[in-house]
Design a protein around this ligand. Structure first.
Ligand code: PCA
Length: 160
């Protein structure tokens, strides 16, 4: 017998702090946040700029397809509850936006997934180093939201 899940399963591609070994991965594995299952590693079919932004060193996938790299990340299957909780973490739609993008697994299977990205951003962010794969240990350390200053001007802060 398989466990009953509430509602539909949704595919999400994560490329930043939600990946295994990264600072927000616990959000995906906490049972009270809902259901999630690791599906595979994958890379975006489109190229995107992936940069580290703000004084809090947050990974941003910028909505400028064609610039940057095919981004490496992980595909998860999540239920509605987990998806809603991911929206809370990413502060969708105020901070991150999200859209469906095609990614490819290592054995070349195409999967349509939701991913979180920044749609409106200051141009200077494009001048930062474009990553192909995010690893907190290799960048300036990520600062959790609970440790940040009150974010009155979140968007204006982005280029910091
Ligand atoms: N969390 C989401 C978007 C950026 C971030 O840090 C992710 O890992 O895909």
């Amino acid at each position: 017998m398989t466990a009953k899940l509430s509602g539909n399963l949704i595919k999400v591609f994560v490329y930043g702090t939600l990946k295994r070994g990264e600072p927000n991965h616990h959000w995906l594995t906490r049972p009270e946040n809902g259901h999630s299952r690791f599906v595979c590693e994958a890379q975006t079919v489109q190229k995107f700029p992936l940069v580290i932004g703000t004084r809090y060193n947050i990974p941003f996938l910028l909505n400028k397809p064609g610039a940057g790299h095919n981004i490496c990340g992980e595909v998860y299957e999540v239920d509605d509850t987990m998806f809603a909780n991911l929206d809370v973490l990413e502060d969708y739609p105020n901070y991150y936006d999200r859209e469906i993008q095609q990614v490819k697994s290592k054995d070349n299977v195409s999967i349509d997934c939701w991913l979180y990205l920044i749609k409106e951003f200051p141009e200077q962010l494009l001048l930062k180093r474009h990553l192909e794969s995010y690893h907190n240990a290799e960048t300036q350390p990520y600062c959790e939201r609970s440790e940040r200053l009150p974010d009155v001007k979140a968007k204006e802060d982005m280029a910091y």
